[in-house]
Write a protein that binds this ligand. Structure first.
Ligand code: UT7
Length: 329
């Protein structure tokens, strides 16, 4: 089936903090063990941003690298989307700060809050801006500092998350490669499964009053797990079907990196063999909106994605939100 393609990923960038927090380090902070974390989540270590580093500062090097790889100057951007659920302020947006940092002039920018599905939401918006003729080049920067909103005394959540950023330039495509289609969803009925009252990662807070006020991230892990597997499988299957494709056509799945058991369960339900599912949750934990573009960057770097490959991105996050994107690389 021939599918009209109007936009493509023309450049990727990544920036993760140097500081590594291992499971052994966490054993000294909360009542947990390397074995429990690895068995239940697949995570061995995660990165932590230095004190004082802001969400935009983490995103800017990734943005610059993506622009360099795309061969695009910041002045050529028509839109800048910052996918984050840890914005440094409520406003000015983190996107505006990134635009200023990369010298994107008066390029329109806003923050997009769809938690771990943020990158897929942003790709869908960028693709539609380009298809409609409103933009030629869109920069997506996914940057997250979850270490500022997790409760480091709560072993059921603090072992899961990490910090990181990645960026993608989406450009008009005249060839046969590019973004085929996306599907995005949300349902606030599941809102209490994964929440945070916290804002402004630039000003992290601590103390009992803050905990009581619901600042920190909370999660009903078991329920989230079940809904995640079902929704991710459903959305990916429907997207494939709508485009006349099946799981057999997929060369690589790059799923949101939250938990190896979720990733394996989704791969199994879709009928995609393990070797076609990209995993790097072991190195970074769950970096929310940044997880898929960091994984995509590394999949390309490792030669796991080749020109012509059919790539399936699929994610799930607080909101609840979920979505999938199909790309002909
Ligand atoms: O982007 C989407 C983000 N959300 C997710 O990815 C979350 C999805 N959920 C999960 O990944 C899993 O539910 C978790 C990894 C969070 C938890 O795994 P689980 O197999 O669902 O464990 P559980 O919550 O049923 O807890 C089992 C036991 C409990 O002890 P008891 O009640 O059996 O004595 C917990 O208290 O494990 C205990 N536990 C821990 N033990 C050691 C919970 N956290 C820890 C820990 N270390 N860090």
């Amino acid at each position: 089936m021939t599918v009209a393609v109007r936009s493509k990923i023309s450049g990727l960038g990544r920036n993760v903090p140097d500081k590594v927090l291992s499971n052994a380090d966490l054993e000294k902070m909360v009542d947990t063990s390397d074995e429990w974390i690895k068995t239940r989540t697949g995570i061995s270590e995660r990165r932590i941003a230095d004190d004082g580093v802001t969400t935009s500062q983490l995103g800017i090097p990734a943005a610059r690298e993506a622009l360099r790889n795309a061969g695009i100057d910041p002045e050529e951007l028509d839109l800048l989307l910052c996918a984050t659920s840890t914005p440094e302020n409520m406003f000015p947006s983190t996107g505006c700060a990134i635009g200023h940092g990369i010298e994107a002039g008066d390029c329109p920018s806003f923050d997009l809050l769809a938690a771990c599905t943020g990158f897929i939401y942003a790709v869908s918006i960028a693709d539609n801006f380009i298809r409609s003729g409103s933009a030629n080049n869109v920069l997506i920067v996914a940057s997250e500092i979850y270490s500022r909103i997790v409760n480091w005394k709560d072993r059921s959540t603090c072992v899961l998350f990490g910090d990181g950023a990645a960026a993608a330039v989406i450009s008009r495509s005249d060839g046969s490669s590019g973004i085929i289609d996306s599907r995005i969803h949300s349902n606030g009925a599941y809102g209490d499964l994964l929440t945070t009252g916290g804002v402004a990662s630039r000003r992290p807070v601590a103390g009992r009053a803050i905990e009581d006020a619901g600042y920190f991230l909370t999660m009903k892990g078991n329920q989230t797990f079940k809904v995640a597997v079902k929704r991710m499988t459903d959305v990916a299957s429907k997207l494939l079907e709508k485009n006349g494709l099946s799981a057999n056509d997929v060369d690589i799945v790059i799923p949101h990196q939250a938990n190896i058991r979720i990733i394996n369960a989704v791969g199994k339900s879709l009928g995609v063999p393990e070797e076609k599912v990209f995993v790097n949750v072991n190195k970074y934990g769950n970096t929310s909106a940044a997880s898929i573009p960091i994984a995509m960057y590394e999949a390309v770097e490792e030669g796991r994605v080749k020109p012509g490959d059919l790539v399936l991105l699929v994610a799930f996050g607080g909101g609840l939100t979920w979505g999938a994107t199909l790309i002909r690389w």
